[in-house]
Design a protein around this ligand. Structure first.
Ligand code: NAP
Length: 644
């Protein structure tokens, strides 16, 4: 890799400006990486207290020293043309990891982190052939992927890389899935963007640390083009059913085309990539159907209806409401928010910050800056909180918090809410949850509390009784005038893969086995009775403690690619997950969840089903799930040979 000091924004002046603007800790790590200087790490170590870029107190003079040294080192590499060191030697690497995040990084994370950073040119998550199958074998094989959102695209990119033919069936006219469909005002990501992007396709141009929907969708559109995936996608077509044909070891996949006609495709393997949060949940409130004004769900925002100057009612205060509410409040005449249960939300100083031009230059041009930055963001938002989400059976305040750390966090969150509400202390009892932090999805404060103090915003906590043509009426009899209703009421997460009818080896459907809300799968990916069916973002793979769903998707894709390699290299017609590993895995999932915050009796959330079983979330640390999916053991499967 060449140092490109004269590319991008231009000359050495730009380099200096970028070095002055970029974050000090990734710069420090780049300096150590390029110079091998351990002493500078020792000097900075006492001032680094965490992985976020606001968690250091490196003194200004030391910062100047680091920036000056780095400029010198880069000029030296540039003028001498010396090759850059790829991966630092082991002892230096360990020190860099530890100093960078202000704590000892356990050994088990090192290979994961190296993968995530992708320091070399080769993608360590690519599954290479051990013995490449003959071209005719590959040509005779077909995967059908359902959905061209971020997991379907990830799958397709890896299938393409391996030369495995595939077709994606996508119900929308273009790619992007959730990032295409959700267009509500304020829609954006709340995982840091430089980590919320494929590890193999970093984007250095994110305009914000937490970018908005158009940027996310644009990124996925670009990935579809850059990896030339679009030609293998059938758009405007929806999979309605799939049936396993055991004699031919094939899936017959029924699709409904744009004109309503149906057709059947054949697939050796069927890979679902439809997300957990795709089918809106519409509340059954008396009068809602007859409301004469516009009514729409956040996931299906009707942009033909202006909110400007209207009396708008918004039902629901989850992640979508948190972003939509503050975004429309300045424009509406009045916003009445109906809250059933308050959510916890955390402040992050980067949440509303744009990425400066200098930082973008650094990400693009300073060798390894983007990679070390990704490591820091990964660490900042991954497994750090996992241990604190375990229930301490001896904790004296089990209704409010889980343990001492969780209580400390609760106190911090309440301090933030109190500061934001200022004089409106009357709102405190309404907005402070009575359950432990993380019981529901932790939100990022999008100036929610400040919004609640606006004169044109009301927060109603009384339950809704019914809806009249001109008002929402609560159980206390109060009428809340409304001309337009926004349903920020979430999705039917428990009904995974619904409404598709997927019929397996024994003639029953997934719905028959799972019921309405009890999906189960081995590793969240594969389930007995349904050979050659692989799921992305399946049961128990949602992340509730941290991390990025893209990371989890990459783990699942890696596992599926290993399964396909096994099939194609060894002439295996079908792989069906055995009952025993499936049941043992799910027993472990359930046991792990029993001790975790989402099982807390005092809170409802979309993570668990009607019987309280957590069905959406993974109980595992990222490093655990990564380890589970890093290898593939065919002993977990019944192998079917081709019927010749
Ligand atoms: P959600 O978290 O399920 O929130 C739905 C809200 O609607 C809750 O406040 C719920 O109250 C309320 N509600 C549901 N039915 C109701 C009814 N009949 N009457 C009154 N209130 C009702 O849905 P979401 O906000 O769309 O978020 C879903 C998930 O999508 C998130 O957890 C997240 O994973 C993802 N998401 C992410 C982002 C992001 O990255 N920034 C943004 C949006 C969504 P209760 O709490 O009482 O049930």
């Amino acid at each position: 890799m060449d140092v490109q000091l004269n590319d991008g924004l231009g000359d050495a002046g730009h380099l200096r400006a970028a070095i002055d603007e970029a974050d000090i800790v990734p710069l420090l790590l780049v300096l150590a990486h390029l110079s091998g200087d351990e002493a500078i790490l020792d000097e900075a170590a006492p001032y680094i207290h965490g992985a976020w870029n606001f968690m250091h107190t490196v003194p200004p003079a030391l910062q100047v020293g680091i920036r000056d040294r780095l400029a010198e080192v880069l000029r030296d590499y540039d003028s001498t043309g010396r090759a850059l060191p790829a991966t630092p030697p082991a002892h230096l690497l360990r020190k860099m990891l530890n100093v960078g995040v202000g704590q000892a990084v356990p050994e088990e994370y090192v290979p994961l982190l190296l993968e995530e950073m992708r320091l070399g040119e080769v993608d360590p998550r690519s599954v290479a052939w051990r013995a490449r199958p003959p071209a005719e074998v590959l040509a005779g094989f077909r995967a059908v992927v359902i959905g061209a959102g971020l997991s379907g695209l990830c799958m397709a990119i890896k299938l393409r890389e391996a030369g495995i033919p595939f077709t994606i069936i996508e119900k929308n006219p273009t790619v992007g899935g959730t990032w295409y469909e959700n267009t509500y005002p304020g829609c954006g990501v709340d995982t840091p963007n430089h980590f919320f992007s494929y590890s193999f396709a970093p984007n250095h141009d994110w305009p914000e640390h937490f970018s908005k929907r158009n940027e996310l969708w644009g990124y996925l559109e670009r990935c579809a083009d850059e990896y030339d995936i679009r030609r293998d996608i059938t758009f405007d077509t929806e999979v309605t059913a799939a049936r396993w044909d055991a004699a031919r070891a094939r899936w017959d996949v029924t699709v409904r085309e744009a004109d309503g006609a149906t057709a059947t495709l054949e697939a050796n393997v069927l890979i679902t990539a439809v997300g957990q949060l795709n089918r809106p949940s519409i509340p059954d409130i008396p009068g809602l159907k007859d409301f004469p004004g516009p009514v729409f769900h956040t996931g299906q925002w009707d942009h033909s209806q202006s909110v400007v100057g209207k009396r708008v009612a918004m039902i629901g205060t989850g992640a979508s409401g948190m972003q939509a509410g503050p975004s429309i409040a300045p424009d509406v005449e009045h916003l009445t928010i109906f809250q059933r249960t308050p959510h916890w939300s955390v402040h992050n100083p980067n949440y509303h910050a744009r990425v400066s031009a200098g930082k973008i230059w650094a990400l693009k041009n300073i060798p390894f800056y983007a990679k070390w930055n990704r490591f820091l963001l990964f660490w900042a938002s991954s497994d750090g909180l996992h241990a604190s989400l375990q229930i301490d059976p001896d904790w004296p305040m089990p209704d409010r918090s889980l343990n001492a750390t969780n209580q400390q966090f609760r106190d911090l969150l309440i301090a933030h809410i109190t500061k934001e509400l200022g004089e409106r202390t009357d709102l405190l009892p309404k907005v402070v949850p009575d359950y432990p932090p993380y019981g529901k999805r932790m939100l990022r404060d999008n100036h929610w509390y400040r919004m609640l103090t606006r004169p044109n915003v009301d927060l109603v906590t009384e339950r809704i009784d019914h809806i009249d043509p001109d008002a929402i009426v609560t159980r206390d009899g109060a009428r809340h005038p409304a001309e337009m209703i926004v349903l920020a009421t979430g999705f039917q997460a428990g009904r995974m893969l619904w409404p598709m009818q997927i019929c397996g080896r024994e003639g029953d459907t997934l719905r028959d086995r799972w019921g309405d809300d009890d999906p189960r799968a081995y590793l969240g990916i594969t389930t007995p009775g349904f050979p050659n069916l692989f799921m992305l973002y399946g049961p128990n793979t949602n992340l509730g403690h941290g991390g990025s769903i893209i990371f989890h998707t990459e783990c699942q894709v890696h596992y599926i690619m290993q399964a396909l390699r096994e099939m194609l290299e060894h002439d295996i017609a079908s792989l069906e997950c055995r009952q025993a590993p499936h049941d043992a895995y799910n027993a472990r999932v359930d046991a792990a969840h029993r001790n975790m915050v989402w099982s807390h009796g005092g809170v409802g959330n979309w993570y668990k089903n009607a019987r309280g079983r957590v069905i959406a979330n993974s109980p595992w640390r990222l490093v655990d799930y990564w380890a589970f999916t890093r290898g593939f053991s065919s002993t977990d499967f019944v192998l079917g040979q081709p019927d010749r």
